[in-house]
Design a protein around this ligand. Structure first.
Ligand code: SIN
Length: 313
């Protein structure tokens, strides 16, 4: 008997290969066919690899939308983006398409949906159509970025919270003619959250910078000038290549990133070519800061380099 939507077979953990792409962030995962289910063991291996490498890359995954959703659901419940374009018939799939009429605008360092009270655990992006050249995505290790801060800045941000907002999407609503009442409804539904400036990762116990240029408005309890200057200093951490990995996409490449541990920046250099991607986004929990939480051991090296310019105060 054929069962509709039954998956062909199950991926086994023993076939998985993990190839790091930098000392601390990014690994290519081999030995998996994501058109098949993941066994519980394979899911556990992928989850552990994500915690260790913060972003995982998969190549040549010619999968269906259902396969993409099934993969995402192995790691948690999926969200529906209230402002983005959902794929027809699949509201949990965010369609990110750019072409001659719509240049890419995700070229700003960010972690996904930090304007939510419970921002995303992780995002799974599949490239459906790649430009001939360009359109890479950069990922920055925000643990390493935190560890690389000078001690006086670490002390200043210790225990602080910052306010986040969906200001860019609000401007988009206004451009598309939303009324004051409609905007007010969104404001009521998505009230500005205050998240810790430094987040303790709920699974690894490591500390990461958790403010980003796209969605953070201010550090609470500081005057504007001081908050702006400190945020600029923290945003700058993501921009050091020492903390980054860069991924060159091809059709059917997938990246799965941990929004609690890294930020990303989609390079918008391919206009007027077309680049089309689909993202499923796994819901996360409420961010917290716990100075006492002991980090779990990992084999990935913590960042041990020096960025001396950044450390001059
Ligand atoms: C995103 O910001 O989620 C999109 C990243 C990309 O298109 O590479």
């Amino acid at each position: 008997m054929t069962v509709a939507n039954a998956r062909a077979s199950v991926n086994d953990a023993s076939a998985i290969t993990i190839t790091p792409q930098s000392p601390t962030i990014g690994a290519v995962i081999g030995g998996l066919d994501l058109s098949c289910d993941l066994s519980d063991d394979a899911t556990a291996v992928i989850r552990a690899a994500l915690l260790e490498w913060k972003v995982l890359f998969f190549r040549d995954q010619d999968i269906t939308t259902e396969d993409h959703l099934a993969f995402g659901r192995r790691f948690g419940e999926l969200e529906i983006h209230p402002f983005g374009q959902g794929k027809s018939g699949h509201p949990e799939v965010l369609a990110i398409q750019h072409d001659e009429d719509s240049p890419g605008y995700e070229n700003i360092w960010h972690s996904d949906v930090t304007w939510r009270l419970q921002p995303s655990l992780g995002s799974v992006l599949r490239l459906v159509e790649a430009p001939d050249i360009g359109g890479d995505t950069l990922f920055a290790d925000m643990y390493a970025a935190y560890e690389g801060l000078p001690n006086d800045i670490k002390e200043t941000i210790d225990g602080r919270v910052a306010r986040h907002d969906f200001a860019g999407f609000r401007r988009g609503l206004r451009r598309r003619g939303a009324t004051d009442e409609e905007v007010a409804e969104f404001d009521a539904k998505y009230p500005n959250p205050e998240h810790p400036v430094v987040r303790t990762h709920p699974e690894t116990g490591r500390k990461a910078i958790y403010v980003n240029r796209a969605f953070t408005e201010e550090i609470v309890g500081m005057d504007k000038e001081e908050s702006d200057a400190l945020l600029e200093r923290l945003y700058a951490q993501a921009s050091f290549p020492e903390y980054q990995v860069r991924f060159s996409w091809a059709k059917n490449s997938i990246a799965f990133w941990d929004n609690r541990a890294c930020q990303h920046y989609a390079v918008s250099d391919y206009w007027p070519q077309r680049r089309s991607a689909e993202r499923v986004t796994v819901i996360g929990d409420t961010p917290y800061y716990d100075a006492e939480q002991i980090p779990v051991e990992t084999t990935a090296s913590p960042f041990r380099g020096a960025i001396l310019r950044a450390n001059r105060s």
